[in-house]
Design a protein around this ligand. Structure first.
Ligand SMILES: *Cc1c(COP(=O)(O)O)cnc(C)c1O
Length: 387
């Protein structure tokens, strides 16, 4: 079986984890800060807070904006359910902005129109979660400008795009957002097993995220409601969680970070090969930026069957790939069509671009260790299936 994605673990990673197991700290020790500072330096952002998963990172980022019942959060329907669920965790309503059929990211045009309508009704969202689908950044200058105009907090869901670049900066620099969230699940760009991170340039959000990660507890007398009793003293000043990352995970993450650029370069190289081999087939290929200062992390390589050029159905093509030993995948089933969201009032037809995209989408294998021979085999199997 050729999987659609898999982690890349080297001896350096194994040694980094073993070193922690023999050290004094297994959790919340020096490896956490080392990993946080490494990612912050890499992205060119002031603060980073490591947490137990990308989902936990999204939840804490939403809480840090003050999102609560009575508010609403908007995101893309073409994403993993966690991008929307984080709003529900805070008791907020969730709504979606349809995608652009060209690059499959949340459409800035549709966002602008929906915001103008919502402003008239006094129903603006408090939080917007743009998702950099498949590793390609959304147009953040445009989205950031709209968010400022309407006073909305922006949390970039960059779970697909560690190592990507946008307008000459690393995704994660938060030039046009309040916070950016990464995931370190094994299929993502670098891994800690499970893990995530929130990045921000804002000191106030950083302080809040640190507290929320650990039960809402502070040891800083400046944040306490009353004078400290002494050096042992701490106070719980709000309701937080145990969303901490272990030092074992952080050491793995810091070791992986050293190879992030190499991984992303290899993914781009393989994506170039797919682009060349699949040109001319009845497929829409991923949007790949060619300008300086733009780089997709190529987390996923998605092809969409072009319904006008082929009568082949996605299910048949998908099954043919699986029969050939290729574990293709589909990203994503539009979130609003999930039964949980249907129960909240969403219906098929609400976000037609995401639904049409879903009908034709297939994710092909792409990961650093995929060989060119394996890739040629995938291409041949796909060509066969389309014949
Ligand atoms: C993976 C992913 C998440 C969730 O990350 P976890 O670390 O698995 O909790 C959220 N959003 C997107 C777009 C993802 O791909």
């Amino acid at each position: 079986m050729i999987p659609y994605g898999r982690q890349e673990i080297g001896e350096h990673d194994v040694q980094a984890v073993l070193d922690i197991l023999r050290s004094d700290w297994l959790t919340q020790g020096p490896a956490i800060e080392r990993f946080e500072q490494g990612v912050a330096r890499y992205c060119g952002v002031r603060h980073a807070v490591a947490v137990s998963s990308g989902t936990a990172a999204l939840h804490l980022a939403c809480l840090a904006t003050g999102l609560q019942a009575g508010d609403s959060l908007w995101t893309s329907p073409n994403t993993f359910v966690a991008s929307a669920n984080c709003g529900r965790y805070c008791g907020a309503a969730v709504d979606f902005v349809d995608i652009d059929p060209g690059d499959w990211n949340l459409s800035p045009e549709l966002l602008e129109a929906k915001l103008a309508q919502a402003a008239l009704r006094g129903a603006l969202p408090k939080v917007l979660v743009p998702v950099h689908f498949a590793g390609l950044s959304c147009d953040m200058a445009r989205i950031g400008e709209l968010a400022r105009r309407y006073g909305i907090s922006v949390i970039e869901d960059a779970c697909h795009s560690s190592g990507a670049e946008h307008r000459g900066a690393k995704v994660g620099a938060c030039a046009h957002s309040d916070m950016t969230v990464f995931s370190f699940h094994p299929v993502k760009l670098i891994t800690t097993g499970e893990g995530g991170m929130v990045l921000t340039n804002r000191e106030d959000l950083y302080r809040r995220l640190l507290r929320l990660r650990s039960h809402g507890i502070t040891r800083d007398p400046g944040e306490m409601a009353d004078p400290s009793h002494g050096p042992w003293y701490y106070q719980q000043v709000e309701l937080g969680f145990n969303y901490r990352m272990t030092d074992i995970q952080a050491a793995l993450g810091a070791s992986q970070l050293e190879r992030l650029d190499e991984f992303v370069a290899r993914r781009n190289q393989l994506a170039d090969r797919y682009d060349a081999a699949l040109a001319g087939l009845p497929l829409q290929l991923p949007s790949r930026p060619r300008t300086a200062g733009e780089r997709s992390a190529c987390h996923l390589y998605v092809v969409k069957l072009d319904a006008e050029k082929t009568a082949k159905k996605r299910k048949l093509v998908f099954e043919a790939l699986r029969a050939a030993g290729i574990q293709a995948n589909v990203h994503y089933i539009p979130v609003h069509t999930q039964p949980y969201y249907r129960k909240l009032g969403f219906r098929e037809g609400d976000f037609p671009n995401a639904e049409r995209y879903y009908e034709g989408a297939i994710t092909l294998p792409l990961y650093p260790r995929l060989t060119e021979k394996e890739q040629d085999f995938v291409v041949a199997a796909l060509k066969d299936a389309l014949r």
